[in-house]
Design a protein around this ligand. Structure first.
Ligand code: ADE
Ligand code: ZN
Length: 338
């Protein structure tokens, strides 16, 4: 079966590595900047969305976030994100949001959370997709801030149970991951699942994520293959890697092209991988594009893609009964494909 964009879009998909702030449509960034009197550094959004490296990407990320001020702004981006996810065939997503980029501008946590959750609720009512949220602390800013963010967002009302996990993003190189251990342990005591951006700079952060922070998932993680003993341990423990191959090329520049990505070596090592977009609007590529790319660039066969897509149901953080139902739905649709 040929893996085309049209075919992939029509198949159900689960996205476990998707940053809400990275899903903001370029037109929305522009409209909110005008409405809120924020000067964007460029006239052409295409210029804004081209990156020199991760640090530059994170600067642009902050520029995008600078246009988000009121609860209505957060409502809009969450609502549009749910619609864009549904339009590309996502049936369930676990999405990151990063408090620091908002709180540091003086936006109250309640405005962020109330706006996001109201937007999700409205988007979900219209599309029927499943959405959960993961709070990403900003790794290089350390444990004190992460603890404050954890306290804030676990004390806000969440009647829909959107908040299911804690993660960490931002710069990887030189970060003291272990310093976050008490915060991650406390998050687990409060019922949150754990994941962490790691393995884009070295394998060491992957080791910290699973051995020290107690993570069940690793976001990105391609360099785990540089440490075969660690890869074997991660495979044994069933650690899930939420890979974003294009992002690893375009943002972190781990590889010169997707062709060189370690995804095939990760599969050979028996690792549980999923394929995701990371920041679909900011990269101009969503999960369907990514599924097509990994096949076209020779990283996986159509059959392997099917198994990866279905396997994402086992990797998600829904209650067991919902997971089983989702797995059944994924298996039925994808086995009709190949
Ligand atoms: N924030 C959003 N996307 C990110 C990425 N790929 N790595 C680190 N921080 C991020
Ligand atoms: Zn990410």
């Amino acid at each position: 079966m040929t893996v085309t964009l049209e075919v992939v879009r029509a198949l159900p998909k689960i996205e476990l590595h998707r940053h809400l702030e990275g899903t903001v449509r370029p037109g929305t960034v522009h409209a909110l900047a005008v409405a809120n009197g924020i000067d964007l550094p460029v006239d052409d959004m295409r210029t804004l969305y081209t990156y020199r490296d991760l640090r530059h990407f994170l600067d642009v990320y902050e520029t995008v976030c600078s246009t988000l001020v009121s609860p209505a702004d957060f409502h809009r981006i969450a609502y549009e994100s749910v619609h864009d996810a549904a339009a590309t065939g996502i049936v369930h997503t676990e999405m990151f949001f990063t408090p620091h980029v908002h709180l540091s501008r003086g936006v109250p946590a309640a405005h962020v959370w109330d706006g996001i959750t109201a937007g999700l609720r409205d988007g979900i009512a219209e599309t029927g997709i499943g959405v959960r949220m993961i709070m990403d602390c900003t790794k290089f800013l350390g444990p004190a801030l992460a603890q404050i963010e954890l306290d804030l967002f676990t004390s806000l009302p969440d009647p829909d149970g959107f908040l299911v996990g804690i993660g960490g993003d931002g710069i990887e190189a030189g970060v003291d991951d272990a310093a976050l251990a008490p915060v991650f342990a406390e998050a687990a005591r409060r019922g949150l699942r754990r994941t962490y951006h790691a393995g884009e700079f070295s394998a060491r952060s992957v080791a910290d994520a699973i051995r020290v922070l107690g993570c069940e998932r690793v976001d990105h993680g391609p360099l785990v293959v540089e440490d075969p003993a660690l890869a074997a341990e991660a495979a044994d423990r069933g650690i899930v890697f939420t890979l974003c191959p294009s992002s690893d090329v375009l943002i972190s520049q781990v590889y010169p092209s997707v062709r060189e990505h370690s995804l095939p070596r990760m599969l050979e090592a028996g690792l549980h991988v999923t394929v995701n977009s990371d920041d679909p609007a900011m990269l101009g590529r969503d999960i369907s594009d990514e599924y097509v790319t990994v096949v076209e660039q020779g990283l996986v066969t159509a059959e392997q893609l099917r198994d990866i897509a279905v396997g994402a149901a086992d990797a998600c953080w829904l209650p067991d009964a919902d997971k089983t139902a989702l797995r059944g739905r994924m298996t039925a649709a994808w086995s009709a494909f190949c």
